[in-house]
Design a binder for this molecule. Structure first.
Ligand SMILES: [Zn+2]
Length: 222
């Protein structure tokens, strides 16, 4: 079996999505890219989270062709592969329809940077891409378009949901969890009034501190 460790990691990380209430039923998916071979491990289409096993992850090449696996890969595979081809630094991708973030996506609205936690993790607003049909590369193209020139490791897709990237699948999962957390807080703040923007200088200072100084010199997501 190819890439047993990557299969196990991608399978294990999938458990974080229902645990953090980011997905319902079979929606959502995670993929990771093996740095040495460029092959990608991704969730099979239509399986329940509790039925996922390392051996039923699907291994595809950079063009989305199945290299190893008995099941069809996620219907978002072509978009994941587009993102990997366009952005060599990306090692993992997560997609969810998490509720508060997707509520912003339903309006086609970016999530405004009104929390220090957003400045830390996202370095600004979480952008929102335009509408794109599921199945081909169109979502991936729109995600990449929004990521270029942004510090954010997360993009909303209009009418759809959330895509996050990271240097590893674990980092992309972290970004997905944090996206929903800040989306919920901003949504609640907007029920109380008009959230106060953080100045670009302060956003830059917070983001620099978080990505260069804070913690145990964690991987930079941007
Ligand atoms: Zn979706």
């Amino acid at each position: 079996m190819l890439l047993p460790e990557l299969r196990a990691e991608v399978c294990r990380l999938h458990a974080a999505l229902p645990a953090h209430h980011l997905v319902a039923w079979t929606s959502g998916n995670i993929s990771a890219r093996d740095a040495a071979t460029g092959l990608i491990a991704i969730k099979p289409s239509g399986l329940l989270y509790e039925d996922l096993l390392p051996e039923n992850m699907v291994i595809v090449d950079a063009d989305g062709q199945v290299v190893e696996g008995d099941l069809a890969p996620s219907s978002d595979t072509a978009s994941h592969c587009y993102i990997y081809r366009a952005l060599p630094q990306v090692g993992g991708i997560v997609h969810t329809h998490s509720r508060f973030a997707t509520a912003f996506a339903a309006l086609g609205r970016p999530i405004p940077c009104v929390l220090t936690a957003m400045a830390d993790e996202f370095g600004g607003d979480i952008p929102c891409g335009g509408f794109a049909l599921i199945g081909g590369e169109a979502i991936g193209q729109e995600v990449v378009r929004c990521l270029v020139g942004s510090h954010s490791p997360a993009v909303l897709m209009q009418n759809h949901g959330v895509f996050t990237i990271g240097p590893s699948a674990r980092a992309a999962v972290q970004a997905a969890v944090m996206t929903e957390d800040v989306a919920a807080t901003v949504w609640h703040a907007e029920q109380l009034g008009t959230p106060i923007p953080i100045s670009p200088d302060h956003i830059a200072a917070l983001h620099h501190r978080y990505t260069h100084v804070y913690g145990q010199h964690q991987e930079s997501i941007a």
